[in-house]
Design a protein around this ligand. Structure first.
Ligand code: ZN
Length: 183
């Protein structure tokens, strides 16, 4: 087990397009050990997700998990999901607006529009095919994590920069607002 160092806003690796992971590479102890460390790092810092480039490894692997997360107390529970080489298809024009944060943009929150319903095709950490439909917060987190694999951060997608807030001020002045706004 190792806790990996998280790259912060301004580090060029967060702006790279990550490379796909080949099936034969996925089965190596190195990559499996890296995924274990990615899980440990996400949990150590109370992330709702984490993408490999955030820990300085530009490969197309990301995680999602919500289990009583103190940074997002009102998020629904989402079991640990590992996506390798994920592809997203938007299934609706309906949008959510989600108060997002990111371990690479410490302490900041902003309101981000996301597609309300997506299809996700990927493999799991063992190379088995995954194909599912995600809605709501789950869909938003998948989009946030997959954005990292293309060098995009949530702050790029904040439409109204006046919504940007530090977490402490967010909790003080916007605590009563729902985490997800449906238009
Ligand atoms: Zn992030």
């Amino acid at each position: 087990m190792a806790i990996l160092k998280v790259a912060r806003l301004g580090h060029p690796i967060l702006r790279e397009v990550s490379r796909p992971v080949a099936p034969e590479e996925l089965s190596t102890p190195e990559v499996q050990g890296f995924i274990d460390d990615l899980v440990d790092t996400m949990r150590e810092y109370d992330g709702a997700g984490l993408a490999a480039p955030q820990v300085h490894n530009p490969v197309r692997i990301c995680l999602i998990e919500v289990d009583g997360n103190p940074r997002y107390p009102d998020f629904p529970q989402i079991p640990l999901t590992c996506l390798v080489n994920p592809e997203i298809t938007f299934l609706t024009d309906q949008q959510l607006r989600v108060w997002e944060g990111c371990l690479s943009v410490p302490d900041l929150r902003g309101l981000v529009p996301r597609c309300a319903k997506i299809r996700v095709v990927a493999t799991d950490r063992h190379g088995e095919g995954i194909d599912f439909v995600a809605e709501g917060i789950f869909a938003a987190i998948v989009q946030h994590e997959c954005d990292h694999l293309d060098g995009n951060l949530f702050v790029d997608r904040v439409q109204d920069t006046k919504t940007l807030s530090f977490i402490k001020e967010f909790q003080r002045y916007r605590a009563d607002e729902p985490h997800v706004v449906t238009d």
